[in-house]
Write a new protein. Structure first.
Length: 365
């Protein structure tokens, strides 16, 4: 081998080793260490079930809480199913334990609307800092709320898509939010993927200040193909959304993985979500778990015990759909509780003993 060829061969070998090192380093940086996952689990775990905090009148069901704070008051947006479909309501609290329903903020509309019978809203752009302000942020002089929309009557029936609602006034007031005329993300879109081409359920939108995703805003949503998975879309204006890649972010290949809720702990992002049908130990039940990420794209899934699982009479069937915050040193884990009779309400578990709720589901005769 001539000296010239030797040098070329040596340079190729060095380049190959460098490429392998870079790829390995990148993988190591995106994976969250097991020790960190365990530390997060200990931080967010709640062992004290307070009980139900909101229930609906008999024959109706409450679901899917999302929370923000303004001044000394906490505001919860949640949904009620009444047999026809979903509407979005608001409640208030001074202490995160006792809640008073104030009224509807998204109601049924004319049958000609694409979303006439389904309007399940989820607050957008709430401060995600763990233990932070939990204030809701304006963008383009509007407050924003993504929602599950559709015109089919019944429980999540028909083809569902993501709609966008906005409020130019004050989200603490009971008033109907305005809505964009068409969905912003639909299973009928030309770029719909193999896993989100049947129907799309809950969505949650955060601000990506560092543009880790490449854009200003990130939406996580769960959708159904042959199973239910969590995927991602991005936007720079809250109006036009594009899917991120062709595969989901969190995928257990069967059952349901859904209803993401995000919190930021320093440089680490924590995604709370619920599972159903893919864990043999929780067969037939739904529970809450979490995953962690440094870049909002590559997620390390928690492999340990659930954060919340059925254990009480009021959540004997399902303990799922998380909304988790930390305030004055206490972790508050709000979730949808379903008993064995199918009653559905919003319940709370805390990291500190806070007593017991006096609210109960109505007894069926």
């Amino acid at each position: 081998m001539t000296p010239k060829n030797y040098i070329r061969t040596l340079l190729r070998a060095i380049a190959m080793v460098a490429a392998i090192f870079i790829a390995t380093s990148a993988a190591a940086q995106t994976a969250v260490p097991q020790q960190t996952m365990e530390e997060v689990f200990r931080e967010i775990k709640t062992s004290h079930k307070y009980g139900l905090v909101i229930t609906a009148p008999e024959g109706k069901m409450t679901d899917s809480p999302s929370i923000f704070r303004k001044g000394d008051t906490w505001y919860m947006y949640y949904i009620i199913f009444d047999g026809r479909g979903y509407e979005t309501w608001m409640a208030t609290s001074q202490n995160l334990l006792d809640w008073t329903t104030q009224g509807r903020v998204m109601s049924f509309t004319a049958d000609t609307d694409w979303d006439s019978n389904q309007k399940a809203g989820y607050l957008s752009l709430v401060d995600t800092k763990w233990g932070g302000s939990y204030k809701i942020k304006r963008y383009a002089d509007r407050y924003w709320m993504s929602y599950l929309g559709g015109n089919g009557k019944g429980y999540e029936s028909g083809t569902l898509a993501v709609g966008m609602a906005y409020n130019t006034d004050d989200p603490t007031k009971v008033k109907e939010w305005e809505r964009l005329a068409q969905p912003v993300l639909s299973p009928k879109d030309k770029d719909a993927n193999w896993w989100d081409n049947r129907t799309i359920y809950k969505s949650t939108i955060i601000e990506d200040r560092k543009k880790l995703s490449g854009d200003k805003f990130v939406m996580y949503y769960n959708a159904k193909g042959n199973a239910e998975r969590i995927g991602m879309a991005t936007s720079n204006d809250m109006l036009n959304w594009k899917r991120y890649g062709k595969d989901p972010m969190i995928d257990h290949h069967r059952g349901i993985t859904g209803d993401a809720y995000l919190q930021r702990m320093g440089k680490l992002w924590v995604m709370f979500y619920f599972g159903f049908g893919w864990d043999k130990e929780n067969s037939g039940k739904a529970w809450d778990s979490f995953a962690c990420s440094y870049d909002l794209v590559n997620w390390t899934d928690w492999q340990g015990e659930p954060l919340i699982e059925p254990s009480e009479e009021f959540d004997a069937q399902y303990a799922h759909k998380p909304c988790v915050i930390k305030y004055k040193g206490v972790v508050y884990h709000f979730y949808c509780a379903v008993d064995k009779q199918g009653n559905r309400g919003i319940a709370l578990s805390t990291s500190k003993e806070m007593g017991k709720s006096k609210i109960h589901f109505p007894k069926k005769q």
